[in-house]
Design a protein around this ligand. Structure first.
Ligand code: SF4
Length: 291
């Protein structure tokens, strides 16, 4: 019998790391989190994505090692899943083309695991995303439902359900995030039921953001900043001042002026026992100060 899907599986994957113009990745774009406090989400930030495309900075060696370790654990978890559930698909590639007002772009991504549950009719599937975390970053409490990660897996599931599978025959069931603790390989699973309306909202926000970034790139204009929890680790933070208490470009002031500005904003002194406090150091690097 002819394999109707051969062409699909043989299509080469688009390497979004190559920063191909007009092509975006789900994890690079995400959804709009402006309704949330910056401490409640991990972005992505379109300004950061813009910088990464036009002027990418190399990763620190420590980050490279960290990423490699993450990839090893990631692959191991996928292999185990395949052994346990042979009908699951690992690294399921998705690709869609979008057009708006004569602007043509494409978006893609790769889903870590699509698990098919063969007991039912219609057949059900769960979409699984694997995240590696340290004991420090492993989610606890509110972070169990990290909105950034769930938005990503929601967009993927929406694409599968609406562009790939016939919902009358194959239906989305759960969205799952599997966290692996890099220190002890412990696994921590968080899942929630797929909600079509919620996923559609996330997908629309994702599409709007793809077009928005595309316009910024074409016009060479910076997107708005989108402050988030990990701004302090952003390689572009020194160019980005809008997440500071003021919109001033702090590196253009003298230390004395900065000390005075800090005192005016926080009522605190910049110095303690002759040294600058950590809060002050954060302030001059452009970070919002948590009181
Ligand atoms: S510091 Fe934060 S707001 Fe600024 S570019 Fe980086 S992620 Fe975006």
């Amino acid at each position: 019998m002819e394999n109707l899907y051969a062409e699909y599986w043989e299509r080469p994957e688009v390497d979004w790391h190559a920063r191909i113009p007009h092509h975006y990745h789900v994890s690079q774009i995400g959804v709009d989190h402006s309704d949330k406090d910056p401490s409640e989400h991990y972005g992505p930030c379109l300004r950061q994505s813009f910088y990464k495309i036009v002027d990418e900075l190399p990763k620190a060696p420590s980050s490279r090692g960290n990423l490699r370790m993450g990839n090893i654990l990631h692959e191991q978890m996928q292999l185990e899943e395949k052994l346990k559930n042979p009908s699951s698909i690992i690294e399921f590639p998705v690709y869609i083309e979008l057009e708006r007002l004569a602007r043509k772009i494409s978006a893609s991504g790769s889903i870590d695991i699509v698990d098919f549950i063969r007991c039912c009719y219609p057949q059900l599937f769960d979409t699984v995303d694997i995240k590696t975390a340290s004991s420090y970053t492993l989610p606890k409490g509110d972070y169990d439902f990290n909105p950034t990660y769930f938005a990503q897996v929601m967009i993927y599931t929406y694409i599968l359900q609406n562009f790939y599978f016939n919902p009358a025959l194959i239906k989305a069931r759960f969205l799952e995030i599997r966290y692996i603790d890099k220190h002890n390989a412990g696994v921590y699973v968080v899942r929630k039921a797929y909600d079509h309306e919620e996923a559609e909202k996330a997908f629309k926000s994702f599409v709007d953001r793809c077009f928005k970034l595309d316009e910024h790139l074409e016009n060479n204009t910076l997107p708005e900043t989108e402050p988030m929890k990990w701004c302090k680790y952003c390689e572009y933070r020194s160019r980005c001042t809008a997440n500071a208490l003021t919109d001033e470009n702090t590196p253009s002031f003298t230390m004395e002026e900065l000390e005075e500005m800090y005192h005016t904003f926080t009522g605190k002194n910049a110095l303690w026992r002759g040294n600058y406090t950590n809060a002050f150091k954060g302030y001059i690097s452009g970070f919002k100060i948590k009181e």
